[in-house]
Write a new protein. Structure first.
Length: 371
């Protein structure tokens, strides 16, 4: 409940800012101005409405899918529009105040023209963002060598797929086949693979049976599975043959590596020590953690490689700046600290708005070689 109170306060503030930016100097009638404020606030209300439908409603699946997609897209449009309006007005007012040759932001015709241009740019960004969200994820490649590695290995990191009832089983199967085509030896799934209830996604879970890797699939839970009853998801993934790691670890057979996993640290208690309790000094150690901020809890030299997700790389510009602030500076890609490597994936899917803007989806292929 606390989250939604904060969310509605932020939504009210953003609606007020966006509404003011659009209507303050444009000379619209009172009714039009009220309509602008109301439309922006209604777009922010789409998120809690979808949450309610997902958790409590008995809407038919097709009806839910339509309203969820439309509602999330509307919210994404409002968020992007408000962000662009803020950036526009900051630049415009600064240029005007410092004497640059720009039209007055207080002129009605200039304000209306600027609004039209901003709306067109927002629509174009949403069209591109929708296209980018539906593309196959990029495959990023990293290579590491270590004397403890017994044989060359390919590890595929897949995070933040966010499978839910609105994503067709056919699309899940298509992505699974794409991941298989990369021919990894091991798949590492650091959470948020699902974002719904188990009982609402049986067909999608069945499609996940296509995922395969000769040395196993290792998974640890993310916050979105936890929001939809974590024990059920851990059981469902274990039934697929995945190795579920919850403050625990396992040796990947004949590989020289030990894989430990901790659950999402924003929801569960985590213990890196417990996850690596059975690890031997001669083993290369890999940690699965949904959140990259786990790095602050890892003793120096305890882990060689940490793989994480959670951030989505920001997903929609300019949210990446807030993402960086909220995740100790970790957004996407490779980081080196505490004599270890951290890899953060932007995720294979998206959460909420079906958009990705300047934060393309990705999976990460890690090649480990004997030194």
């Amino acid at each position: 409940m606390g989250f939604w109170i904060v969310y509605l306060l932020i939504g009210t503030l953003c609606s007020a800012i966006g509404g003011y930016a659009l209507s303050a100097n444009a000379g619209y009638t009172f009714g039009v101005s009220v309509g602008i404020y109301g439309a922006l606030f209604a777009a922010w209300l789409a998120m809690p409405a979808i949450w309610y439908w997902q958790h409590r409603s008995t809407l038919p699946s097709r009806t839910y899918n339509f309203f969820a997609y439309a509602g999330y897209l509307l919210f994404g449009f409002a968020f992007l529009l408000t962000s662009l309006l803020i950036l526009r007005d900051m630049a415009w007012y600064a240029a005007y105040i410092f004497g640059f040759n720009v039209p007055s932001p207080f002129a009605v015709e200039a304000a209306r023209a600027a609004n039209a241009i901003t709306l067109v740019i927002t629509v174009l960004c949403c069209l591109y963002g929708t296209y980018a969200a539906q593309k196959l994820p990029r495959v990023l490649h990293y290579k590491y060598r270590d004397t403890r590695i017994k044989q060359p290995l390919k590890l595929l990191i897949i995070s933040d797929w966010h499978i839910n009832r609105a994503i067709s089983p056919q699309k899940v199967a298509k992505l699974a086949e794409f991941f298989n085509s990369l021919k990894p030896d091991i798949m590492l799934l650091p959470g948020d693979i699902a974002d719904d209830y188990v009982e609402a996604t049986h067909a999608q879970i069945k499609a996940l049976q296509k995922l395969s890797a000769p040395l196993g699939i290792y998974y640890t839970i993310g916050n979105h599975e936890a929001y939809h009853y974590a024990p059920a998801w851990e059981a469902a993934f274990a039934a697929l043959g995945w190795r579920v790691l919850h403050n625990s670890g396992a040796v990947a057979e004949d590989s020289g590596i030990y894989i430990g996993g901790v659950p999402d640290s924003t929801v569960f208690g985590v213990s890196v020590e417990q996850a690596f309790k059975a690890a031997m000094p001669e083993q290369y150690r890999i940690l699965l953690s949904h959140t990259p901020t786990i790095m602050a809890q890892i003793p120096d030299g305890r882990v060689d490689l940490t793989v994480a997700g959670h951030t989505h790389g920001g997903q929609i510009f300019p949210f990446n700046f807030l993402t960086k602030l909220g995740n100790s500076g970790f957004v996407a890609g490779e980081y080196r600290l505490n004599n270890a490597v951290l890899l953060v994936s932007r995720g294979a899917g998206y959460w909420g708005p079906p958009l990705r803007l300047f934060a393309p989806s990705d999976v990460i292929m890690v090649e480990l070689w004997p030194n």
